[in-house]
Design a protein around this ligand. Structure first.
Ligand code: SF4
Ligand code: SF4
Length: 382
């Protein structure tokens, strides 16, 4: 397993992590068997968004006696009413469901307490101008949640939340299809046929700015929907008309700035294995560029996707890293100290580029790398 820092929380989490969808409808013994398997592979990070009491109870039983081996991400504002999951901003329901959650999970704290599913600006104001954020802060002071997070599908709203400086972790939907789409409060539009009917160009700037803001502020992203709900794995269902592998989807998400982990909703040990295969996959197996560059109606030209195909550089420069750090400074409008430090730590710097052009012939996305190195050298001073 590969482990990564979750932003500035101090938590070290497995890059391949577990969503809880796969545990729905399973008996306690099956949940325990799946978790045993996951632990055996090094997975230590789990998201439990669902308020289903049976599910939480089964997971709690499976974690019993080994809770400290897990970083648990639970959610605030999900309740269980009339046998159904409910998203709520009601204070009493939120508090009651939180207490139940800890009891069902057999723990007295969550490592990350996610404010659940904030996609509209109106809801953002309800949460941040009202009681919900204060509840989250109070629970943190009490030690019942260690870090405050927020989940969203909308990059504009997620950015507003990150800019408050009050959240430390963002759960966000990241995959190459969503990344093409402009922000919208209706999550269904991310997958609607009409959203893919016209030619789409490159990463949506609002999404890119969000990832870069999180990186510069030390807000760790954990990813949901890396497989697009499974549709990206099927040529028939994917808007790309071409299937990606789990490893390619994971590689794409894990190479976005600030992303620490992908929550994969595995339904079986075999699906856990397919996700964990990312850890030992070869560069060719991880290569998502091959899927994306040949697609009709999608143009990624001129935009660095951090795929690493340009390597090796004659001068030893890690071109993808230089581009990532440069883009961070553009997003910030300045060179933040942390980015300057990361850049300084590179073995070779952009100013060492001898303009041989070898990398450009290998870049599948048509990035003008010589120009990019010159701009980066000017920005960082070397
Ligand atoms: S410059 Fe091109 S090949 Fe290199 S990381 Fe960026 S997109 Fe990939
Ligand atoms: S053009 Fe510059 S960055 Fe590209 S391979 Fe040559 S030296 Fe390296």
């Amino acid at each position: 397993m590969k482990f990564r820092e979750l932003g500035h929380t101090g938590l070290r989490v497995s890059a391949v992590a577990l969503g809880c969808e796969g545990f729905m409808q399973k008996a306690a013994a099956e949940v325990k068997a799946d978790l045993d398997h996951a632990i055996g592979l090094g997975i230590n990070f789990i998201d439990i968004y669902s308020s289903n009491p049976e599910l939480r109870t089964n997971i709690g039983a499976a974690l019993d006696g080994r809770r400290e081996r897990f970083v648990i991400q639970g959610h605030l504002c999900t309740a269980w009413e009339n046998g159904q999951y409910l998203r709520t901003r009601d204070v009493q329901k939120t508090l009651r469901s939180f207490d139940e959650q800890l009891r069902q999970l057999r723990t007295d704290y969550l490592d990350v307490g996610m404010i659940h599913y904030v996609d509209s600006e109106a809801d953002f104001r309800t949460v941040f101008d009202g009681e919900i954020i204060r509840i989250a802060q109070r629970l943190r002071v009490e030690g019942r949640i260690r870090h405050i997070g927020l989940s969203s599908h909308n990059p504009v709203v997620a950015r507003m939340a990150v800019e408050t400086g009050l959240i430390e972790v963002l759960m966000f939907s990241v995959n190459p299809c969503y990344d093409l789409q402009p922000p919208d409060e209706e999550v269904e539009k991310l997958w609607a046929d009409e959203s893919y009917a016209h030619t789409l160009h490159n990463l949506d700037p609002a999404r890119e700015r969000l990832y870069e803001l999180c990186e510069s502020m030390g807000v760790g992203i954990d990813v949901m929907k890396a497989y697009g709900g499974g549709d990206l794995l099927s040529a028939d269902n994917s808007p790309f008309g071409r299937a990606m592998t789990p490893v390619q989807c994971l590689e794409y998400a894990l190479t976005r700035p600030a992303v620490a982990a992908v929550m994969v909703g595995c339904r079986s040990c075999a699906e856990i294995d397919a996700a964990v295969a990312w850890c030992d996959a070869s560069a060719a197996e991880r290569d998502y560029a091959s899927v994306m560059t040949g697609l009709e109606k999608f143009s990624w030209q001129g935009h660095c996707m951090y795929c690493g195909h340009c390597a090796p550089c004659t001068a030893g420069i890690d071109v993808a890293a230089v581009n990532k750090f440069y883009n961070l400074t553009v997003a910030q409008g300045e060179v933040p100290e942390t980015v300057r430090e990361h850049y300084r730590a590179l073995a070779h710097h952009a100013s060492e580029c001898v303009a041989c052009g070898g990398c450009q012939t290998r870049c599948p996305f048509g990035v003008k790398i010589v120009d990019a190195m010159r701009r980066a050298a000017e920005r960082f001073g070397y």
